[in-house]
Design a protein around this ligand. Sequence first.
Ligand code: HEC
Ligand code: HEC
Length: 371
Amino acid sequence: MKVLAAWLATMATMATVTLAGPASANPGLGLPQLLPAAPGEAQRAELGRQLFFDRRLSFNGTMSCGMCHVPEEGFASNASQRAVGIEGRSLKRNAPTVLNVALLTTLFHDGRENALAPQAWSPLLHPDEMANPSVGHLLDRLRRMPQYAGRFERAFPGRGIGMDSVGEALAAYQRTLVAGDSRFDRWRWGEQPQALDAEQRQGFALFTGKAGCARCHLVGAEHALFTDQRFHVTGAGAAWAPRGPVVVPLAPGVQTTLQAADRQAYEAVDAPDLGRWDISQDPRDRFAFRTPSLRNVARTAPYMHDGSLPTLEAVVDFYAAGGGAAPDRSPLLRPLPLDAAERQALVAFMRALDSTALPALVRQARSPVAR
Ligand code: HEC
Ligand code: HEC
């Protein structure tokens, strides 16, 4: 208990050191309004929080949702380009943040889901993520955990533990992760003209002007999600090329040459991530990925669906070059004439998108579970 208290205290100071600023009175400033909370929503969200951080939800009891969506790392994973799942298995994509995720109607980098409650079952069942062999298997395990029965019954009267209620509880928790009210929002919507400095304001002018970022990372008249929730080919990760023939030694002096086609039979990892194409089968969607929101983006490095760009500076350089090499790259991307000061200003603007609500969300995520 003492250890836990000390650790929580460290987390609390870390949060204030790295995320300084006045606490948020209105975390939703600058965001579209969510539907008002339904009766009982708070109870469901608290249950969802317990589930989100409970490692026993994975097959071998090691992995929780919160280990890839880490509160202190912008509810994403800063440590790995691509998420690392159960038994260290590497996934093909970077873990996106779950901050503000309730405002999205296009989920996953390829948009294959559209609602949080069913989405939760995807990592729960994925063999490389939480690896539960079936829905029933996990539900039976939850039913045997004494502390959950009463909590599910209170949050979902008459329904108890089921596929829907597990998903709905996790969704209810994620709906609380509203993280607007950044310096940008205070400047734009909060009548605080000093909230952005001159460099950040220049960055915003570039973002919505010459650099053309806001054509996909939308900024509306009344709020800004910084995403059109659509799919575009930026060329990130598309530099992939099939490896040529591979020479495999069989015995001293004896070797054979395997062609790419032979290797496909056993090397699933040696394949490009075609993104949206997997879902739409539309050839124009090869290498297309969903535009991510840029809110809190300074907290969620590394970047792009494959985590291939380590910093915001690298992202801006990537766009200044006109994006990556891909056959059907978006016509909205062109090499940009941006000097060093302009690139720096774009980065400074993106750093002003950190929510002042984040320290409180991190503290809440780590607060002990009420008995
Ligand atoms: C092993 C790491 C890992 C675990 C564990 C994990 N996730 Fe994720 N999560 C990811 C990755 C990687 C993606 C993106 C996958 C893709 O786009 O194909 C993702 C995507 C998401 C998204 C979509 C976000 C967006 O912007 O579209 C949500 C919501 C989400 N996860 C919630 C959860 C919940 C709830 C759990 C626990 C039940 C969970 N995750 C467990 C790695 C993980
Ligand atoms: C054609 C639409 C489009 C334009 C224009 C555009 N972006 Fe993007 N942006 C995307 C897409 C799509 C992704 C996701 C790519 C991926 O996952 O591989 C992305 C990803 C990013 C990311 C990474 C976010 C993360 O969480 O990984 C940043 C940062 C970013 N863009 C900033 C910018 C800036 C700055 C500009 C202007 C210089 C810009 N974008 C212009 C569509 C666009």
